[in-house]
Ligand binder design. Sequence first.
Ligand SMILES: [Zn+2]
Length: 459
Amino acid sequence: MDVQAFDAYLLAHRERLLEDFKDFLRQPSVAATGQGIAEMAALVARRLTALGAKVQIVPTEGDAPPVVWAELGEGDKELLIYNHYDVQPPEPLELWESPPFEPTIRDGRIYARGASDDKGELVTRIHAIEAWLATQGKLPFKIKWLIEGEEEIGSPHLHAWVERHKAWLSKPDGRPIDGCLWEFGGFDEKGRFTLTMGVKGICYVELRVRGVSHDLHSSNAALAPNAAWRLVWALNTIKDADERILIEGFYDHVRELTPAEEAVLRAMPFEEEEIKAKWGIQAFVTGVSGFDAVKRLFFAPTATICGLSSGWQGTGVKTVLPAVASAKLDFRLVPNLTPEIVLDLLRKHLDRHGFADVEIHFLGGYRAEICDVDSPMVIAAERAAQRVYGQQPVKVLLSPGSGPMYSLSSFIGGVPVVAAGIAHPDSRAHSPNENAILQNYYDGMRYIGALIDEFARLS
Ligand SMILES: [Zn+2]
C-alpha cells in the first residue's frame, strides 16, 4: 500500500469529503417514524454506485425500510461490512445546541443526529474506499456491504432477510465469508482503541396483569384483587435480592468461557472505582469486584425491570385500585441462552408459580454472539491499529449491548466479526448533541485503508 498517496488524497479532498459527510447528516432517516428513510436509502445507494459498486435496494417486508446491498471488488477473499443508515429520533429537540439535521462543526467536532451512530462510521468507510481506489488501484478482495435501515428499532426484519439471501452471504462455493467489519467501535474513556468481537443478546418483554374489569375506589381493596400487587408478586419470583435469576433452568443455558475468551476478559482494563464514582455508588451489586465483576458484566445474563406502570402516578392523592399493571423487562443474554429459550422458560416459570394469568408480550430480541477472538479478521484489525494509532488495541470480548451479530456470523457459517470504529465516550449516541470528533474521522479513514491492506495480506 502506498500510504503517502493515500494520506495525500484524503488531505487534498478533505473539504469535499466533509461536505459529503454533511449531506449524509442532513438527510433525516428515523426508523421509528419512517421519516426520510426512502430518501436516505437512495442517497446511500447513489454514493456507493459512484464508488463503482454494484448496488441494489432490496425490500425487507412490506414498506419497512429496505436493505442497501452493495458489492465491489473481485477476488476469492471476501470481506462483509455491516452498517445501518437509520438513526434514533432526535427528540428532545430543545436540548440540541444546533438542530439535529443541520450538521454543525464546533471545537473540532461535527454535531448532528447520526454523526456517530452510524453515519459517521459508514461515511468513514466509504471515503476510505474512495481513497484506496483513487490511489492504490483495485481493491485486493471482494467487499460485500449490507446497510440496513432498522437497526435502531431492533432490526426486526434483518434475520429473515439474511435467511432469504443466504447465498449472497457466503462465497460462490458455499464457504463462509472470511471476515466481517461491524458497524460500531472506537475509543474508550482513556483514549485506548478497542476491538470488539461479540455482543450480548437480548430478550425484551412486557408482562401484563389484568385484575378487576375497571379501576375501583380503593376502599374495595378488602375484597377486590389488585393488579399492581399481583404484578409485584410475579416479578418477585423472577430474581432474588442476591441478584440470582430464579427462572428454573435459566443458568443451564449459560456455557463456560473458553480459555481464549477468559484470557481476553482478564486482559481487559476495568477501572472499577471510576465507574462506581460515575454512577454514584459505593459498591456494585452483591459487592462483586475485580475479575468477578468483569465476568459478570460481560458474561452473565441479566433480568432487568426497565419500567413499571399501574394506577395513579400523578400529583397528589388518588385512592384507586388499579385494574391493570404492566412491566417492561429486558434479559441480556450470553451465548446459548436464546430469546426463544428465555420466553419458554419464563412462561413455564410463571405458570409453575401460580401466575398463569400474567401475560408475556415479546417485544423483540437478538441472540448473543461471540466470535473467534484470534481470527485473521481480528489480527488484521490489530495490525492496522498498531500502524495508524501506534498502540496495541484493547480487545473487548463482547459488547454488553446488543445487535444482530448472530445473523451475520454464526448463522451464515461462522464469519469472524470485529467492531472497529471512530466513536468516543462522549459521542452522545441516541442523545441530544450527538457528535463525532473530526480527527477520529480523519484517522478512521486511514485506519480503514490500513485494515484493507492488512486483511489482503493474510492468507
Ligand atoms: Zn444506535
